[in-house]
Design a protein around this ligand. Structure first.
Ligand SMILES: Nc1nc2c(c(=O)[nH]1)N[C@H]1C(S)=C(S)[C@@H](COP(=O)(O)O)O[C@H]1N2
Ligand SMILES: [Mo]
Length: 422
């Protein structure tokens, strides 16, 4: 097998996933995956995931309060209500940040916590256990960096496949609230990898969470984990221990999580307990089995892995909000794109017949959202549908419909937001 990594920019999520998919298909066709030394211990099989260090008890699906005025709760997951967003706050407060848990928030004692790095991509005598550990205080004593970035679930807006397009999808029925923008502080992953003795031969890392193993339809998929290329890991990934100036809340990864700017939410592994560093490509169900498009218009084994989040917009309004008739109504909202900054946002207050530009507010921050406002002049009493359609600087614009995929990923079409004017 040729690993032609020199030809590709692996810091680009799309390129990385395309390259690894090709390798994965090649290896599976040749039957090289079972018990294979090619892939190292963390590859493919859940049984190869090392035991978690001590200190991870389960605290409950979600620990923080979920007041109904801030959240719509789905058991292990909870989305932010857009009408709870305060227009003046660019950042999402930690207590209002959406939660996506495959199982449940674990309770981790920071005094017992260790981050363990191991694998064939670390320096050490061949055949020896090349493992390096860091405690919580060790990590906090290293030079810190701060990064403002969104974390968005790839299934965000999934419910609109059904409500707008009449299509069946599986997974949490998110509206548009499975996104938040935080100011994350922590130690650059590059610092920790270098201290652990990463070698020039290392190609992939595989961070695993300390939450319980994920069982999906009777199959134990092991700990939540998804590989990252070393190129991205060394570029701008953070091992975060703070969100918006306070210690990470338990639900968002306390004591330590990855924050991977610009990549799908699943890359930002919470409660990270160990990181395999490998001189070979790594795979996990989260890049071979999930995060692909399945459905009639895709190959039976699924599309290439999904990476870009698309362009989306949301009004800072309740679903079926009631608005006053006969006056000026200030509509506010936000738009964001997985590709690039937002260039313009157009709003329609007549169900999509006519459009006018919204006024963009504030400077654009990379990997975050663009705020905007729009004045609706004296709406008439009755039911209306409000639409917002964003375009980013690459020219990517929200479409009217999104092609169906059965796992309901990347709904990027314009959302029709119902309101009643009284
Ligand atoms: N260990 C672990 N990390 C995880 C998850 C998880 O269930 N377990 N969920 C992932 C997914 S799918 C998303 S969208 C983000 C959500 O981050 P948040 O709950 O802090 O908003 O975390 C990711 N990291
Ligand atoms: Mo997610």
């Amino acid at each position: 097998m040729t690993i032609d990594r020199m030809d590709h920019d692996l810091t680009d999520e799309h390129v990385y996933d395309a390259v690894r998919t090709r390798q994965w298909r090649h290896l599976s066709r040749r039957g090289l995956l079972r018990g294979s030394a090619v892939l190292g211990a963390g590859a493919a099989v859940a049984a190869a995931v090392p035991a978690a260090p001590a200190g991870a008890a389960e605290a409950g699906p979600i620990v923080k309060p979920l007041p109904p005025e801030w959240f719509v709760s789905y058991g292990t997951n909870a989305e932010m209500r857009w009408d709870s967003v305060r227009t003046r706050d660019f950042l999402t407060p930690a207590e209002r940040f959406f939660v996506r848990n495959h199982t449940a928030t674990p309770e981790i004692d920071p005094a017992a916590y260790r981050l363990r790095l191991w694998g064939s991509g670390l320096r050490g005598a061949p055949g020896q256990d090349r493992a390096v550990e860091f405690g919580y205080d060790d990590l906090r004593s290293l030079r810190a960096e701060t990064v403002t970035t969104a974390v968005e679930c790839t299934g965000n807006a999934r419910s609109f496949f059904t409500s707008q397009q009449g299509q069946a999808v599986s997974g949490t029925s998110w509206k548009l609230g499975a996104i938040g923008v935080g100011r994350w502080r922590g130690v650059p992953l590059s610092t920790v990898l270098r201290r652990a003795g990463i070698t020039p031969e290392a190609v992939d890392i595989l961070p695993s969470g300390l939450d319980a193993e994920f069982v999906d339809k009777g199959v134990n998929q092991g700990r939540v984990r998804r590989p990252l290329p070393v190129a991205k890991a060394l570029k701008d990934v953070l091992l975060a221990y703070e969100l918006n100036g306070r210690p990470l809340p338990p639900d968002h990864g306390f004591p330590l999580r990855l924050v991977v700017p610009g990549w799908a939410g699943i890359a930002s592994i919470k409660w990270v307990g160990d990181i395999q560093v490998a001189a070979e490509p790594l795979f996990s169900p989260w890049n071979t089995q999930y995060y692909r498009f399945f459905g009639p218009s895709y190959p039976a084994e699924g599309s290439a892995p999904i990476t870009k989040q698309g362009v989306k917009s949301a009004f800072e309004l309740a679903w079926n909000a009631r608005l006053p008739a006969g006056r000026k109504v200030e509509l506010t909202g936000r738009s964001w794109s997985g590709n690039a900054p937002i260039r313009r946002v157009d709003v329609s207050v007549d169900g999509g017949a006519t459009w006018r530009p919204a006024e963009l507010e504030g400077a654009h921050a990379p990997n975050a959202w663009q705020r905007w406002r729009y004045t609706w002049n004296r709406p008439a009493a009755g039911s209306h549908e409000l639409l917002a359609r964003a375009t980013d600087v690459t020219g990517a614009r929200q479409p009217d419909t999104t092609p169906h995929n059965t796992l309901g990923y990347i709904f990027d079409a314009v959302v029709r937001h119902p309101v009643t004017v009284v």
